[in-house]
Ligand binder design. Sequence first.
Ligand SMILES: [Zn+2]
Length: 82
Amino acid sequence: MIVTVLAVSFLCLVGFVAYIGYKTVIRSASPTKEELATERCTICRERMAKELLVERQIGDYKLLYFCRTCILGLNADLGSNP
Ligand SMILES: [Zn+2]
C-alpha cells in the first residue's frame, strides 16, 4: 500500500515539474510586443524598428533584413567600379 502511495505521489511530482517546465518554455518562446515590431539586421545583428530596415526574401521563406549603415557599407565596399 505504501509503495502505491509513493508511486502516485512521485508521478504527481513528475507531472508538476513537467507542467512548470512547459510553462517556462512557452513564456520564454513567445515574442514580446517590442520584438514583433523590431527585427535584427542580418549583417550587424543590431535590433531596430522594421521601418528602418530593408527586407528581402530569399527562396520561399527566409527573410533577411538590412539596416542603412550596413547597406551604405556594402555600397562603399563595392566602390565605383561598374
Ligand atoms: Zn546592419
